[in-house]
Design a protein around this ligand. Structure first.
Ligand SMILES: Cc1ncc(COP(=O)(O)O)c(C=O)c1O
Length: 477
């Protein structure tokens, strides 16, 4: 066996190292050597996780199948048992390192390790963890002030929640109470959460249907790749006008959308769409809700919030995920005038924005600023997008590369003219990339889009590794 290949295989830059419990047998080694012959180097990283002695993947899978929701799904045929994480890397039960290019929309790292965030959480936990309501606490007020400071216009009042779903439910309820109307307009292919109201506003997949809610209308998606009007946002916006004129009494409670649809397959709304729709909604007396659960917190690089790239100011902004880098927290930010509607109701959230979560999330915000992660998202994201664009020129199967900053999508089609979704091929490429040490997400209406949303500490070397690995996987198709 060639020595240099073996050396490379188990070097610290190979995803096959360090193996705490090496996959036994000649078969595994020869299979690995075969891959190593073409395997690009994962950027070196000076960290080895502590040994893992816990239950193995098969046992966890068995328990999960027996005791957890049958609706849970896995990304891979053989689900990974991830036991450690550091910055943009994850480690499985054998100590094998993976580049996490999906990350659950974590901001500062994969969601587990930034020393300043950990310290803030530990200090606050040692001192006090309690409910958000009832008493004064500086952690909650300080973070609300800092968050309001990141907002444009009069968006100054913060309601904390435990998740993105709760944030969107609250935003839609506020819009209904404020306007006295029930009708909400959302986009086809949108995802806004997993409770009744938000699942009504969701119209995401063709393989599962949303939960039907009365008074929810789904407007034409201003999808620049597949949409009938290409990149002409104003033409798509007419559909919202028509819904209001013919589908409602002429008034609406609100309109909710992301600036870049995340679960929907990294679809950036066509330029001109949001300004036109916001104008129409305001004219009909409704409120405009920006769901920043994925695009917010510097991810798009060019702006801190996704909606800013469209030159609009919403009435309500919702957020989660990146706000806490993995801590369960979400928020709704609105104007003092709109916020008043809840004073006429008994509204509170017991743990939404509790002291520990707000202390942690405040630390996340400080790290984003201190480490200039927005700038990094712009620089590394643009670099990665260019490299993915070059892959598109080489591989016919890549129909579209899109997105902004570190929120990028790669759409796979078997026929560029027909835009036929390459559903089976994408699954195969994803498995191959995982085997070579790169984890990406998958989504879109047809499930044929790679979602690349790594933690914002992602580097150019990581971007190179990801594209080299994708190139190899595609070349093998
Ligand atoms: C855009 C968007 N809004 C809302 C949600 C719901 O957030 P959560 O899962 O925290 O309830 C998600 C989750 O994926 C999302 O992507």
């Amino acid at each position: 066996m060639q020595r240099h290949l073996l050396r490379r295989l188990f070097s610290s830059s190979s995803p096959f190292a360090p193996q705490k419990r090496a996959r036994s047998g000649l078969a595994a080694v020869s299979e690995a050597v075969e891959s190593a012959a073409v395997l690009p180097n994962m950027p070196p990283f000076g960290y080895s996780p502590p040994p893992y002695d816990g239950p193995r993947a098969a046992e966890i899978l068995r328990k999960r199948s027996e005791f957890l929701s049958p609706s849970m799904f896995y990304l891979y045929k053989k689900p990974l048992n991830i036991v450690d994480g550091k910055m943009q890397y994850l480690y499985d039960e054998d100590g094998r390192r993976y580049l996490d290019a999906f990350g659950g929309i974590a901001t500062v790292c994969c969601g587990h390790c930034h020393p300043e965030v950990i310290e803030a959480i530990i200090n606050q936990t040692k001192r006090l963890q309690h409910s958000t309501i009832l008493y004064l606490n500086n952690a909650i007020a300080d973070f609300a002030e800092a968050l309001a400071g990141k907002m444009p216009g009069d968006l100054k009042v913060v309601f904390f929640t435990n998740s993105g779903t709760e944030a969107n439910e609250l935003a839609m309820m506020i819009a209904r109470l404020y306007t006295g109307c029930h009708d909400i307009i959302s986009l086809r292919n949108a995802y806004h959460g997993n409770a009744a109201g938000t699942m009504g506003a969701t119209a995401q997949c063709n393989w599962k249907f949303n939960v039907v809610q009365s008074g929810v209308h789904h407007a034409l998606n201003p999808d620049q790749y597949r949409g009938v009007f290409g990149s002409d946002g104003e033409k798509y916006a007419k559909d919202v006008e028509e819904i209001i004129n013919y589908g409602t009494s002429g008034n609406v409670a609100g309109f909710i959308s992301e600036a870049i649809q995340g679960v929907g397959g990294i679809l950036e709304l066509a330029p001109g769409y949001l300004p036109a729709v916001y104008k129409t909604i305001k004219k009909a007396g409704g409120l405009c809700i920006a769901d920043e659960v994925q695009a917010g917190f510097a991810r798009t690089g060019s702006h801190f919030w996704g909606f800013e790239a469209h030159g609009v100011v919403p009435d309500i902004v919702t957020m989660a995920k990146g706000i806490g880098n993995g801590i369960p927290i979400g928020a709704v930010v609105t104007t003092p005038e709109i916020a008043q509607v809840l004073t006429r109701r008994s509204y509170f959230n017991t743990f939404g924005g509790n002291p520990v979560c707000t202390a942690g999330a405040h630390a996340v915000l400080k790290v984003i600023e201190k480490e200039k992660l927005q700038e990094n998202a712009l620089i590394v994201g643009s670099y990665l997008k260019n490299r993915l664009g070059a892959l598109q020129e080489k591989h016919e199967i890549i129909g579209d590369v899109r997105g902004r900053g570190l929120m990028l999508g790669v759409e796979f089609v078997t026929d560029r003219q027909q835009k036929t979704p390459a559903k089976a091929e994408i699954v195969h490429v994803m498995e191959q990339m995982k085997d070579m040490g790169v984890l990406v997400g998958k989504g879109g209406f047809h499930g044929n889009v790679f979602r690349i949303t790594p933690p914002l500490c992602f580097t150019k070397e990581d971007a190179d590794f990801l594209t080299d690995v994708m190139d190899i996987a595609l070349s093998k198709l």
